[in-house]
Design a protein around this ligand. Structure first.
Ligand SMILES: [Zn+2]
Length: 392
């Protein structure tokens, strides 16, 4: 969202009057704000953003995926199910947000990283808790907070029209972006866990997904400001006590019981297997190698086989292409082949790397093996051209 648009959206909220946090009660199902209220101003802004989003290429419209997530939202928060509108955004970063009028944005980067349905539900539960308690109204209850509000929710819409890097550009532009206060985040964590518990999800998985995302972030040792690179941290700061609290509250809720049987995980796994390759390809386009490798390893045995993890690690090294990376990529591909020699793209990648390393004979052989395994490959004529060139 650019500054020009922010300016044009500003007026209605400036006209709205102020309320204090203590006056804000939980949202009632089917709630509509009074016309002259601050809340009506907030809704006006997000509805405008939503209109842009509804027509955007960034929205994933696959019917099965949308239905699956809509059913999950209804399971986590049955009372507000009818008031929630879902948009799945084709952004490979870990993030989910909820606007004051019940629009939930789930980024595919979250779907990629969740290792089971319970983890995914924990993020949905957290966002539903922000919505149920009307945290946006508690935070942006005066006109001065307008710029922060619009920045927050323009990031929620995933940088419409800016492609994969759009959201990051927005985070950069609003470097001082304010998240919800610590108090509101804690409330969303706790109330979100209660929603999960009621929905018969395993609340302890909420800890695991936070730890996984933290491990991914920490893998980038050179990062000077992680909020500038990780959109989720910009809006959900990982305070020292956050994971500790989530673990403690989760254990209290479970009260010594072991895991609930997770009835839906077969469906989760089927969907993950179907989409993982699409989402990983986008992840590799935007994420630093060290972080991508952590995400890939977390998916081993979930949505990716070991051979596939090795193949994608190879792709990450090939893409970066720093000294020694092409050799490492080749080693990863070869290792992948020892585990599973049917993964179709491996030989092509090996050929491309060998060609860049100047080993024309190996490159030609690998291209030929690729075509042998994929006789109807879409890039067949291009590969044949490469083979011809390598012969001369
Ligand atoms: Zn939050």
């Amino acid at each position: 969202m650019n500054r020009g648009l922010l300016g044009s959206l500003a007026l209605p909220l400036l006209l709205a009057s102020c309320v204090t946090s203590s006056e804000v009660s939980n949202v009632a199902p089917n709630h509509k704000p009074k016309l002259d209220s601050v809340e009506a101003g907030l809704w006006f802004q997000v509805e405008k953003m939503e209109k842009r989003l509804a027509n955007s290429q960034i929205v994933e419209r696959d019917a099965e995926l949308n239905q699956y997530l809509n059913e999950m939202i209804c399971r986590v928060s049955p009372d507000y199910c009818a008031n929630t509108k879902l948009y799945i955004l084709k952004q490979p970063y870990f993030n989910a947000t909820m606007t004051p009028n019940g629009t939930m944005n789930i980024w595919v980067g979250l779907l990629l990283r969740a290792q089971n349905e319970d983890q995914l539900a924990s993020v949905i539960g957290h966002e539903m808790a922000h919505y149920n308690a009307r945290h946006s109204l508690k935070k942006w209850n005066n006109a001065k907070a307008l710029t922060d509000f619009l920045a927050f929710f323009s990031i929620a819409t995933g940088g419409i029209g800016f492609g994969l890097v759009g959201a990051m550009a927005n985070v950069g532009a609003y470097g001082s972006l304010q998240a919800y206060s610590r108090e509101l985040e804690e409330e969303a964590d706790l109330e979100g866990l209660k929603l999960l518990y009621k929905a018969n999800y395993d609340v302890t998985e909420a800890v695991t997904i936070w730890e996984n995302v933290e491990a991914e972030t920490n893998a980038d040792k050179d990062a000077t400001d992680r909020t500038a690179e990780d959109v989720f941290w910009a809006t959900h700061p990982l305070t020292k006590n956050r994971i500790v609290n989530i673990r403690k509250w989760g254990e209290e809720l479970m009260d010594g019981k072991t895991h609930f049987p997770s009835k839906s995980n077969n469906r989760f796994r089927k969907i993950k297997r179907k989409w993982a390759h699409v989402w990983v390809a986008d992840l590799l386009k935007v994420t630093k190698l060290e972080k991508a490798v952590v995400v890939l390893k977390q998916q081993q045995g979930v949505s990716l086989k070991e051979a596939e993890v090795l193949y994608y690690e190879g792709e990450a090294y090939r893409r970066r292409g720093e000294p020694g990376d092409l050799e490492t990529a080749l080693t990863k591909y070869k290792e992948a082949l020892t585990l599973d020699n049917i993964y179709k793209k491996t030989y092509r990648s090996m050929a491309l790397v060998s060609r860049r390393l100047g080993d024309n004979k190996a490159a030609k052989d690998y291209f030929e093996q690729y075509l042998q395994q994929n006789p109807t490959a879409r890039d067949k004529s291009l590969i044949n051209t490469y083979i011809q060139q390598l012969r001369t």
